[in-house]
Ligand binder design. Structure first.
Ligand code: PMP
Length: 438
């Protein structure tokens, strides 16, 4: 253990996870490259917070300039904050015309729950059975994908999210859809029968924690219709899928053909500066606002607004959403081709510049193939050895997760793919060893 690790554990405690068997100490970053304490460079194939690139000069300058001019809490007029609200709202469907700023994804989801619960007069929540939406007490009580001591609240019902490229592969999409919506009907009926009613369904538009499930078309809209009929609201968590990550639309929910009632956001919004928000129709805010004095000291302060505006400017001027689409296709095609060389990896999952590749214990096409978390971890570590950052997700921690900053350029795309191909070959060479060797 390094001295810094010991000091970290002695101060922060050992419970806040670090990546890798040999954690990396980074000292600086630029674009899609990070430099560690030894001066070694690593390609970022993982981080979505530095959405437009690490230390993007325009974002850094905007933050520095505003911090040197005025930074103050949110109870004074400031044009930059309103400029940002207008610019951000212009990215949504017309029905969504108000924004409440926060500092994080958790705060955004927590506030969305308050609004939905007060709107419906009922506490009932529908959630995926393997998801993560944040760390407040209310969110810990709906947490299914990570450990949370609170356990699920009595007001919570979980849904299995179908996956046509995972557990439901090979099954007809319409049968998978019908079964999933039947389960939603049953969960809603159970919430009602138990007196909880339905306040909301909360879902990540990319189902990222679940493992980037490919849901049948009509799943999200069918769910939304059912929840609305039961008096609840639809909350799209865009913390992972927002700001053009999917390369197809600015917001992930657009890919499901729905307009949610509440959209929550965070992570990429300030490119590393803490910034989040809840976007919603005026009618919902007008219902919530008079009954609650919502004052957020830092949420949407002038420096945060400057960071957020700069992110929107860079996304537009560097055409990052289009580039995410184009680079995403190149990566997806290459991953699919690697699947024929290494049949133990599944078809590429995800959208735009967010990829998942499930790792199996035998050819993915075999009927008895099982997810292989040990082999997945071996690939992540082999990528680290090649100085490329990726990670893993999913119920079994068996889906390789690649999610580079949107600013990645074709030469770095090719480096990432070459390292991945090499890492798969190395791990495959060990595949005949006993599984515990991974
Ligand atoms: N929602 C989703 C989908 C997330 O992935 C996360 C964080 N990983 C959150 C919410 C919580 O965001 P934060 O850590 O900014 O509170």
């Amino acid at each position: 253990m390094t001295d810094l690790m010991t000091r970290r554990f002695d101060t922060l405690g050992p419970y806040s996870p670090l990546f890798y068997d040999r954690p990396i100490e980074f000292v600086r970053a630029e674009g899609v490259w990070l430099t560690d304490v030894n001066g070694d460079r690593y390609l970022d194939g993982y981080n979505n917070v530095p959405h437009v690139g690490h230390a993007h000069p325009r974002v850094v300058a905007a933050i520095a300039e505003q911090a040197a001019t005025l930074n103050i809490h949110t109870r004074y007029l400031n044009d930059r904050v309103v400029d940002y609200a207008e610019r951000l709202l212009a990215t949504f469907d017309d029905a969504i015309d108000r924004i409440v700023f926060t500092n994080s994804g958790s705060e955004s989801n927590d506030l969305a729950f308050r609004i939905a619960t007060q709107h419906s007069g009922a506490p009932g929540i529908l959630i995926s059975d393997f998801s993560y939406h944040g760390h407040t007490q209310a969110l810990a009580r709906v947490t299914t994908g990570l450990r949370a001591h609170e356990g699920l609240g009595g007001h919570v019902r979980t849904l299995r999210v179908p996956d046509l490229d995972g557990q439901d592969r090979g099954l007809p999409a319409d049968a998978v859809l019908a079964a999933a919506l039947r389960e939603a009907d049953e969960a809603i009926a159970a919430l009602q029968a138990d007196g909880h009613g339905v306040a909301a369904v909360l879902f990540d538009s990319l189902f990222s924690t679940e493992g980037l499930n490919r849901v049948p078309s009509g799943f999200v809209s069918g769910l939304a219709d059912r929840v609305r009929r039961a008096g609840g609201l639809v909350i799209a968590d865009e913390v992972q899928s927002g700001f053009g990550r999917t390369g197809r639309s600015f917001w992930g929910h657009g890919n499901h053909g729905i307009v949610p009632d509440l959209v929550t956001m965070g992570k990429p919004m300030g490119n590393g500066h803490p910034l989040g928000g809840v976007a919603l129709p005026a009618a919902l805010l007008d219902e919530f606002g008079p009954r609650n004095m919502y004052f957020n000291t830092f949420g949407g302060n002038p420096v945060s607004a400057a960071a957020g505006l700069a992110v929107l400017d860079v996304l537009r001027d560097e055409r990052l959403v289009e580039r995410a689409h184009a680079n995403g296709r190149v990566i997806r095609d290459a991953l699919a081709a690697l699947g024929s060389e290494h049949p133990w990896i599944g078809v590429p999952k995800g959208d735009g510049l967010f990829f998942g590749v499930e790792v199996y214990d035998r050819p993915a096409a075999a009927a008895d193939a099982l997810p292989d978390p040990a082999r997945t971890k071996a690939v992540v570590e082999a990528m680290r050895d090649r100085h490329v950052l990726i990670s893993r997700i999913g119920r079994h921690d068996s889906v390789l997760k690649m999610r580079p900053p949107l600013a990645i350029e074709p030469p770095d795309v090719h480096l990432l793919l070459a390292a991945f191909s090499d890492a798969l070959t190395e791990v495959e060479g060990r595949a005949n060893a006993p599984i515990s060797a991974f």
